[in-house]
Design a binder for this molecule. Structure first.
Ligand code: NAP
Length: 317
């Protein structure tokens, strides 16, 4: 697994991390453990969790405790753990197959799960108790990265910053940052780690300092890639010969997209997630590391344009 340097340190971090959003534990504990093991065998030593992800911190805590020093563990403050994390896992597991087919059910399920969580919890007392709870669930004395989860400008107060400095000086947190669902241009940046979405077509502002961590390229890229191949098969064929991926093989799609995100900023870390160990294995095995480290910069331009041609044309009309 290729690595990048952690800011302000000689230590390095692997360029692909496992998103804990899918490690839901509870009724899915066995699947969550299998996904984690697949990621570990593929060389992943970076895990991103949050109180919001239900039982994910408990699952990860049990799995990393005997090799804690080998892992980079990132968690978050600002959005509470659901009041009934087991119920949330069960809801996601049972509703997902129906929700995928019925968008209205999906919207309903989303509203229900959102109703179970509280956001914007950035008062110093709230972040302190959130970190303490996370450390307990993660069964560790420190987290490598603590992200403010979906902060707004008004949340970043001098009192909060004093509290965060305390976390670092006491050794409970190594690096601070922000983590947001949206793209870089809509995100607030604070600290050394800048976590945001990277979907095909998203602008990627320069990042001279600190560690960029991106997520969402597979989630947002798969439908674009399928549509682009159907609409422009001759270009897909030319790109298959040029870049060594079979664009017509759906099993290669996550790696085509992961390679795009990694190459878009060769100093970034990419988070991936799946409920299926095989998907994690396949994606990691097929990443083209030469392109990912920036040896073929045209890949980002050409594959990016291939994926976004329909939306660019629609915007021009
Ligand atoms: N605020 C924040 O900081 C923030 C916000 C969003 C995300 N994140 C982090 O980023 C992580 C990754 O984000 P993400 O979940 O959007 O990652 P992603 O890897 O881009 O997308 C994962 C989605 O793609 C699907 N997928 C993966 N491989 C597939 C395949 N071969 N075929 C079809 N579908 C496939 C997965 O479904 P299956 O499970 O069915 O495979 C899942 O729904 C999250 O877990 C979380 O840790 C952080």
């Amino acid at each position: 697994m290729h690595k990048v340097q952690i800011p302000g340190s000689a230590a390095e971090v692997c360029r692909i991390g496992l998103g804990g959003g899918g490690l839901i534990g509870g009724a899915s504990l066995r699947e969550s453990v299998a996904v984690f093991e697949a990621a570990y065998e593929a060389g992943i030593r970076y895990v991103d969790v949050a109180p919001l992800y239900g039982l994910a911190e408990d699952v990860v805590g049990n799995l990393v405790r005997s090799h804690r020093g080998d892992f980079i563990v990132a968690t978050k403050v600002g959005i509470a753990r659901p009041r009934l994390p087991g119920l949330l896992s069960l809801l996601r597991k049972t509703l997902r197959p129906i929700a995928v087919r019925l968008p209205t059910v999906k919207q309903f399920a989303l509203r229900q799960t959102q109703g179970l969580v509280a956001t914007g919890l950035f008062h110093p007392d709230q972040v302190r108790s959130s970190l303490e709870d996370s450390l307990r669930r993660l069964k560790t004395e420190w987290v490598d990265i603590l992200l403010l989860h979906e902060p707004r400008t008004r949340d970043i107060t001098p009192e909060l910053l004093r509290e965060l400095d305390q976390f670092v000086s006491s050794g409970r947190v190594r690096l601070l940052g922000t983590g947001t669902q949206g793209p870089a241009e809509h995100s607030i940046r604070y600290g050394d780690v800048w976590q945001h979405r990277y979907a095909p077509g998203d602008a990627l502002p320069a990042n001279k300092l600190g560690l960029r961590v991106v997520h969402g390229v597979v989630r947002h890229g798969l439908p674009l890639l399928r549509a682009a191949i159907a609409a422009r098969s001759a270009t897909a064929s030319a790109m298959s010969s040029r870049y060594g991926f079979d664009f017509f093989d759906p099993d290669a799609h996550p790696a085509i997209l992961a390679t795009l995100a990694l190459a878009a900023d060769p100093r970034s870390v990419l988070l991936v997630s799946s409920r299926h160990p095989l998907r994690i294995r396949r994606c990691l095995a097929q990443v083209n590391w030469s392109i990912a480290r920036g040896d073929t910069p045209e890949y980002v331009e050409r594959v990016g344009a291939f994926l976004t041609a329909d939306s660019t044309a629609a915007a021009a009309r």
